[in-house]
Design a protein around this ligand. Structure first.
Ligand code: SAH
Length: 523
């Protein structure tokens, strides 16, 4: 069986790939169809045909799947942001659990039974829309020369005009409309990626969900050569970065919750959105947010009463879904199993959010992060939250950890961080470097908590850790990104293999021994 381009086929979708594409089969020949959901019967047109499979475009849903729902956003098919809006939320969660499971089995090489015994049910969202606390909108021009903003169409830089993204904060629309009408009225130009001309490139909006504070940062293509600044970084500036700047600031200031307005200078021809030079034009230079600890063992994950407060600047890394972040960190904390006596490494620590969560329940925490500014924020956040048992190191985890290990070993140091009780890792999508994993194995922590935003690289790394003597104890997905195919996973590994232990309880009456000896573990 072979298909040609533009052939039309009728097919039932039986599975979904890890990028959310529907998968159906015609005479054993696999078809990958974007926007088709599991259970649909569809008509599709072949776009590209290979020897054993083909890509096809969804033309018509002939028989909708019981899991198909009406998408919230009219642009969900063109926009690159959401892949699963047409799938019911409960089925999205099921899809994500299967994705994690499949990766662990296929890439990690673990038995299905082994994984199923250890997998806990995914932590879903109560409100899977409007959950993002951060949005970066490109500013451009439409065919008629009007200034527009929205999102890039999938894999392109063509802007689809839309100020009301279904995942963003509800205030985004008012902020964007305010900026567009100011630009229109004052003939402010949008940046053109091809010519490198035009002023406004992007608008960054951040919201502190618990504080209600809003931050707006306009990324502009303008060098202010005549100005000199006493120090680098954020500073109050009354210069005119934008024409009729006062008018824009006054209208933005009227929006409920507005706390900070700034510009970021980016004159480079680059896909990098933010420039590193930030000038505060109105209000504060940061906004605040609070993350509460939750009890992940209980239904609906109630608050425990502990909380941490963070300051966020335009350039800080901060998790984009604050409600689910509380659950993610609380789960990492639960898996770390801290009693107050433990030493902990937190690798890839960002602004120290997980480190500080752990510090409250540990003896000592050391965080490692590659971005120096993030470490500045981490130290600042520790102070703000009166945490004194957290120490932070700038550098690559795969360099800082081995260097620390080699040095401490060579000096026969008794540093308690040499053999920590727990190592937590939260790497970017590419996962952990081998040098980092190998040093972790040499340090022999009692427990490893792996927080991952890509279950494929997670599976690859877990295989290395398990080959090195660790055992997966628990796996749990946390949905941080409803409507998209992305999922966070938290895994607890421990050094002891539970199967090697037999727990023996001896009745006190029968033997003359102290109570401390009544529960013994035997190999
Ligand atoms: N745990 C933090 C950040 C997780 S994102 C939080 O939850 O907020 C991953 C972090 O790893 C980013 O801050 C990134 O800058 C950092 N990073 C990327 N590569 C790294 C490396 N090789 N070594 C250390 N940190 C790295």
């Amino acid at each position: 069986m072979e298909f040609k381009k533009n052939d039309r086929v009728t097919v039932t979708i039986e599975d979904m790939g890890s990028d959310g594409e529907g998968i159906g089969k015609v005479d054993g020949f696999a078809l990958f169809i974007k926007d088709a959901v599991i259970g649909d019967q569809v008509e599709a047109k072949i776009i590209k045909s290979k020897k054993h499979y083909a890509y096809a475009r969804l033309e018509k849903v002939l028989q909708p799947s019981p899991f198909r729902v009406e998408p919230e956003c009219a642009y969900h098919r063109q926009c690159g942001g959401c892949q699963l809006q047409a799938l019911s939320y409960s089925e999205q969660l099921h899809f994500k659990e299967q994705k994690i499971r499949n990766h662990l089995i296929r890439i990690g090489g673990f038995d299905a039974e082994y994984i199923d015994e250890r997998m806990q049910s995914i932590v879903g969202m109560e409100e899977p829309f409007h959950y993002r606390n951060k949005a970066q909108y490109p500013i451009g021009t439409d065919r008629d020369g009007n200034v527009i903003t929205g999102f890039y169409a999938g894999r392109t830089h063509t802007i689809i005009a839309n100020t009301n993204c279904a995942l963003g904060a509800s205030e985004n629309q008012q902020i964007l409309e305010t900026i567009l009408s100011y630009m229109h009225k004052n003939k402010v130009t949008a940046y053109d990626e091809v010519t490198g001309k035009g002023l406004v490139r992007h608008v960054l909006i951040r919201k502190g969900f618990t504080s209600g504070q809003l931050m707006v940062c306009l990324v502009i293509n303008k060098k202010m050569t005549k100005m000199s600044y006493p120090t680098a970084g954020v500073q109050k500036n009354t210069n005119e970065f934008l024409p009729n700047q006062g008018e824009l600031l006054a209208t933005l200031a009227e929006i409920q919750g507005m706390t900070s307005v700034s510009v970021s200078i980016n004159t480079e021809k680059t896909n990098v959105i933010m420039g590193t030079e930030i000038h505060n034009l109105w209000g504060e230079s940061t906004i605040e947010d609070t993350i509460h600890v939750r009890d992940m063992q209980k239904e609906n994950y109630p608050y425990t009463g502990d909380a941490l407060t963070f300051k966020i600047s335009p350039l800080s890394f901060y998790q984009v879904n604050p409600v689910q972040t509380e659950k993610l960190y609380s789960l990492a904390l639960e898996y770390a199993g801290l009693t107050g006596k433990e030493t902990v490494w937190d690798l890839y620590c960002g602004i120290g959010t997980i480190s500080l969560f752990l510090a409250g329940k540990a003896k000592k925490v050391c965080g490692v992060e590659i971005i120096p500014q993030a470490i500045d924020d981490a130290r600042e956040n520790a102070k703000r939250n009166h945490i004194e048992n957290a120490e932070f190191f700038v550098g690559k985890a795969e360099e800082v950890l081995p260097e620390f290990y080699e040095k401490a070993t060579a000096e026969a140091s008794s540093d308690e961080m040499l053999h920590p009780d727990v190592i937590v890792v939260d790497p970017p999508r590419k996962g952990c470097d081998d040098a980092c994993l190998n040093t972790m194995l040499r340090m022999q922590p009692e427990r490893i908590v792996y927080v991952s935003c890509d279950s494929a690289t997670l599976a690859r790394d877990l295989k290395i850790l398990c080959d090195g003597g660790y055992e997966i104890r628990k796996v749990r997905g946390v949905d941080q990104f409803g409507m998209t195919v992305h999922v966070e996973t938290v895994v607890l590994l421990s050094q002891q293999k539970p199967d090697d232990y037999i727990n023996v309880t001896i009745e006190l009456d029968d033997m003359d021994i102290t109570s401390a000896e009544t529960k013994a573990s035997h190999r």
